[in-house]
Design a protein around this ligand. Structure first.
Ligand code: GLN
Length: 537
């Protein structure tokens, strides 16, 4: 088994996760089985308790793990299915070590960062290697070299590489080569220093992937090669992509990154066949159709907060050969300026998941606008709860109907906690989480789009549709099109007299890939295009 370790230097947000994922795409298309994992040096046990302002989106896996959004890239760029062992935080490492210590497992020894913490980190790499049975395990270390909290992880991978042998491990370091306007030049010093920092702890990177805004010329590559002690051909350029993140695998293939890795690891495979991927890029760069879709949220200024939603919308576009212009709408702007001004002209409106009251009114207004003006609407989790509240208030005339999340004393709790949830006080990992089966009702739009009657979708929420109101909704034109197999919980609702109004309690966005666009997003974009152009795709 072979191992690739991806570290990052100079600054954060260079796209380490994307690079690791794109390398995964290339290796998979060479016929190799890959596994990907992310190590996060922060002390939270998982990102589930963190604000989107801190961390961006929380990506949910089938097994209910709440993980880093880079795992979303891994799943979208490859065919791997991830589980909770694919994301390790310092919090988890210390939790295990401290539990072991209390149980007396260290037999009287002093418990130390080396070897006890580092062993725990190495165990996780071995565990994934065993469970995945992959040819290549790619491990991304979060943070930037030089961070104090990242040191145990770097020490662990250094030891690991020594143990498995240098023919079986590759260190890939992602670095930044800034363009200094005043000098009109790309500068290599930050890269030199970040590699020096790595070498100080005993890691000599084999490959440098240099993020840059301008092409790296021969001279610069030679300079980086010499000062950083990596062969010339192992200095890889990764420029900012022009159109889409899905271009990254093709760009890295042109730079022969996958060749280099395979040579280093003595992996004899055919070249990666990327023809299907090129077709996806063609549809992204020069689509036959175009449409504008609004996403109404409250973390709109943060690109990472709705990452999977934005990506799934783009995949829905690919499925329809339709370029999507994403219009990011702040729900509070709707509250201030009204729906007409903000939402007019959009082909479709999507309300994603969310927590807390800020912006809820604006989202309700958006759902009402979509329902009344027959604009395609896709509601995800909170987006379904919002559609329910809106319908209760404005069609059923249930005054001040609400979710008990936002108004615990509402006279009409159309969205409420289940009995089992009311006593839960702990915040971490206590929601309804992960993939659960949903039975779709024959003849509904949801069943038609999925082309299936049982689907598995990922959840992350506490509140549910209140069944005491089911009949009233049905009589007024709401179709309940998906339920848990016991029939007890509502999973999908839609409107009968509307071209496309579907909302799910689950998060379909976590199951969408560019090469396997999700049916609900595919249908949503098709409907949005029809709405604007009055003709089917
Ligand atoms: N806040 C809502 C709940 O907990 C919705 C959560 C979400 O959209 N992910 O039920």
């Amino acid at each position: 088994m072979k191992f690739i370790f991806v570290t990052g230097g100079v600054v954060s947000s260079l796209g380490k996760g994307l690079t690791a994922a794109a390398l995964g795409t290339l290796l998979e298309n060479r016929g190799l089985k890959v596994a990907l994992q992310k190590f996060d040096p922060y002390l939270n046990v998982d990102p589930g308790t963190m604000s989107p302002y801190q961390h961006g989106e929380v990506y949910v896996l089938d097994d209910g793990a709440e993980t880093d959004l880079d795992l979303g890239h891994y799943e979208r760029f490859t065919n791997v299915k991830l589980t909770r062992i694919n994301n390790l935080t310092s919090g988890q490492v210390y939790q295990t070590v401290l539990n072991n210590e209390r149980e007396g497992k260290y037999l009287g020894k002093t418990v130390q960062v080396i070897p006890h913490v580092t062993d725990e980190i190495k165990n996780r790499i071995h565990l994934l290697a065993e469970q995945s049975n992959a040819d290549v395990v790619i491990t991304e270390i979060g943070g930037t070299t030089g961070d104090i909290e990242g040191l145990p992880f770097l020490e662990a991978i250094r030891e690991f590489a020594l143990e498995v042998g240098y023919n079986n491990a590759v260190f890939l370091h992602l670095t930044y080569v800034p363009f200094i306007k005043a000098a009109g030049e790309l500068k290599t010093k930050p890269t030199q220093q970040s590699v020096a920092k790595l070498r100080e702890i005993g890691i000599a990177p084999h490959i440098l992937v240099c993020r840059c805004e301008k092409p790296l010329d021969k001279e610069l590559r030679q300079k980086i090669s010499m000062f950083c002690n990596v062969p010339y051909e192992a200095v890889i350029e990764e420029q900012d992509v022009e159109h889409s993140i899905y271009e990254v695998p093709l760009m890295l293939q042109r730079e022969r990154l996958d060749d280099l890795v395979c040579r280093q690891l003595h992996l004899d495979t055919p070249l990666a066949n990327m023809t299907h991927w090129q077709e996806i890029i063609r549809k992204l760069i020069a689509p036959r159709h175009r449409v504008r879709v609004g996403v109404v949220g409250k973390y709109i200024e943060l690109n990472d907060a709705y990452k999977s939603v934005y990506e799934a919308i783009i995949h829905g576009g690919v499925a329809n050969d339709c370029g999507v212009e994403l219009v990011k709408v702040d729900a509070e702007d709707i509250e201030r300026d009204g729906t007409e001004k903000i939402l007019k002209g959009l082909g479709g409106i999507l309300v994603p998941g969310g927590f807390g009251e800020r912006g809820v009114l604006g989202k309700i207004m958006a759902a009402q606008y979509a329902r009344e003006n027959k604009v395609p609407y896709l509601g995800l989790c909170l987006g379904m709860q919002i559609a329910t509240i809106e319908f209760a208030r404005n069609v059923l005339k249930l005054e001040k109907a609400h979710s008990t999340e936002f108004d615990p004393n509402t006279a009409h709790p159309v969205i409420a906690l289940l009995d089992g949830q009311t006593k839960v006080t702990k915040k971490g990992g206590t929601m309804r989480l992960g993939a659960q089966p949903c039975q779709l009702v024959m003849g509904t739009k949801a069943a038609q789009l999925y082309g299936a009657f049982v689907v598995n979708e990922r959840h992350r929420h506490r509140y549910e549709f209140n069944n005491a109101y089911r009949e009233r909704f049905e009589k007024a034109g709401v179709v309940f099109s998906g339920f848990t197999p016991d029939g007890k919980l509502v999973e999908v609702i839609e409107l009968a007299n509307h071209p496309f109004f579907i909302a799910s309690q689950f998060h379909p966005e976590f199951h969408s890939k560019p090469h396997q666009p999700h049916p609900l997003f595919k249908g949503f974009i098709a409907a949005a295009h029809q709405q604007i152009h009055h003709k089917p795709l």
